[in-house]
Design a binder for this molecule. Structure first.
Ligand SMILES: NC(=O)c1ccc[n+]([C@@H]2O[C@H](COP(=O)([O-])OP(=O)(O)OC[C@H]3O[C@@H](n4cnc5c(N)ncnc54)[C@H](O)[C@@H]3O)[C@@H](O)[C@H]2O)c1
Length: 435
């Protein structure tokens, strides 16, 4: 059993992600303790207060009032929405909190750099929640690449299949559908994937990139004839795969869970959660026609990378897939290939060109994650590593630290710049993209 000194934390933003990381303290109370929460939504704040037995004066309605207090804990979990990362991250780093920061770090290059600088100047650790770096199959792939079993890496082909209904939920109707409210979809969804490609490529630096993409489908002109503005009153609902009725109600699970829990605060529904859900779908954004909302982010995008030694990589983000976020990666080397297809489980297939034999590598590490942790258990491995780093004052446990995270966020901004400007971006020539 893992042992180290107990680490204390404050939780900033107790929505889906904040609640998720805080639960590590409930499962491992000898290692981690939540000592305060900042959250404007009463129900979400009280949920943390009750679960972690916090006194009233340790419950704040926002990070701003918590930051006025003397330092309350070793670290801060910052899990507010994308555009609300920079201010609490900078303020709490300056107060001496080690920071666990949800991705994206921030939505502009300038703000990402401010967070990086604030943490560096304050001498605090920063872990960005690039959870997939901590995912056992992603780590195993890295280990195999670094061991040289496939020789020199020449090309990586990586796909993020967002999932047709998941895209409609999060990136059309939901929090990440509009750039002004959050950020562009490559950043919101695939800063993880850009980061993974850089992680697997190791010391090779990306020198050039290009990108194409569009909002192809979820546009007003694609609205079927006769469709209404809300799915529950739509005459062609039965023929629409993106119908809110199909996504949230057919059938609604007996207990509230994601994604229904995002539609409304259904845990706090005296009229019963099904009724509250239906009411929210009748009038709220999650019941709107997908061809009739204010979404403007790409539903498909490709990025091409060229590395310093001439190796290449391609990233495909696409909404229109059966699987939801089951990434597929092929790594082609001079002596063999490695394939990780998450829809098939936590295994890596290795084909060796010399022996012409295939071998399957199982990721036993995955079994260590307790059940129900997100991203196939990766969320657990991230919080475990961060807490261990704080407890032992050893930043080596953090593999998504400030420099690599800033570097891969800049790569993601550069990719979007390439898409918008229709140009090939030279990363080695422009200080805008260099850490
Ligand atoms: N690492 C990943 O793979 C991953 C996955 C999903 C989401 N995310 C990111 O995590 C972040 C949070 O996402 P979520 O789904 O939990 O969102 P959420 O909306 O459920 O939670 C955000 C919370 O912040 C609270 N908040 C708003 N203003 C605040 C303030 N001033 N002080 C304190 N709290 C405040 C909101 O009330 C809300 O409860 C986002 O940036 C998102 O992009 C990361």
């Amino acid at each position: 059993m893992l042992t180290h000194r107990k680490v204390t934390t404050v939780v900033i933003g107790a929505g889906n992600r904040g609640k998720n990381y805080a639960s590590y303290a409930l499962q491992f109370p000898h290692l981690f303790q939540v000592v305060a929460v900042a959250e404007p939504r009463k129900h979400a704040r009280e949920r943390i207060q009750i679960a972690h037995t916090l006194s009233e004066e340790r419950c704040f309605t926002g990070w701003e009032s918590l930051a006025e207090e003397p330092k309350l804990a070793d670290c801060a979990i910052i899990a507010t929405q994308d555009q609300q990362h920079v201010q609490p991250a900078v303020a709490l780093a300056k107060k001496g909190y080690h920071i666990l920061l949800e991705k994206p770090m921030a939505v502009t290059e300038e703000d990402c750099r401010s967070i990086y600088e604030a943490c560096r100047e304050a001498g605090v650790m920063l872990a960005v929640c690039h959870v997939l770096r901590y995912h056992p199959p992603a780590k195993k792939l890295k280990e195999l690449i670094d061991s040289g079993v496939i020789g020199e890496v020449v090309n990586i082909n990586h796909t993020e299949p967002v999932g047709f209904w998941h895209f409609a939920h999060s990136f059309v109707r939901g929090n990440w559908g509009n750039k002004k409210r959050s950020t562009f979809s490559l950043m919101a969804k695939c800063c993880h994937d850009v980061d993974l490609i850089a992680y697997w490529m190791g010391n090779k630096k990306c020198v050039r990139l290009s990108s194409f993409g569009s909002l192809h489908h979820f546009r007003n002109e694609k609205k079927p004839k006769g469709a209404g503005s809300h799915c529950l009153q739509c005459s062609v609902e039965a023929t629409c795969p993106y119908s809110a009725k199909k996504i949230y109600l057919d059938p609604a699970p007996p207990e509230p869970r994601w994604p229904m829990s995002v539609v409304c605060d259904i845990e706090d529904a005296p009229e019963g959660y099904l009724q509250k859900l239906k009411n929210a779908l009748e009038t709220g954004p999650y019941g709107k026609c997908v061809y009739d909302t204010d979404n403007d982010v790409c539903d498909n995008q490709v990025v091409n990378f060229e590395f310093s030694d001439g190796a290449t990589a391609t990233l495909t983000m696409v909404a229109f897939t059966q699987h939801t976020c089951s990434r597929k990666t092929e790594v082609y080397g001079s002596l063999g290939q490695l394939v990780w297809d998450e829809s098939k489980g936590h295994i890596i297939q290795h084909y060796d060109f010399l022996s012409r034999e295939s071998k399957i590598h199982q990721c036993e590490e995955s079994l260590r994650a307790p059940p129900n942790w997100g991203h196939g258990g990766a969320d657990f491995f991230l919080i475990e590593a961060f807490v261990k780093a704080v407890a032992t004052n050893d930043k080596e446990y953090i593999i998504s630290g400030p420099s690599v995270s800033l570097e891969t966020h800049l790569l993601t901004f550069a990719a979007e710049h390439a898409r918008l400007s229709g140009s090939v971006v030279r990363l080695d020539k422009d200080p805008r993209w260099i850490v």
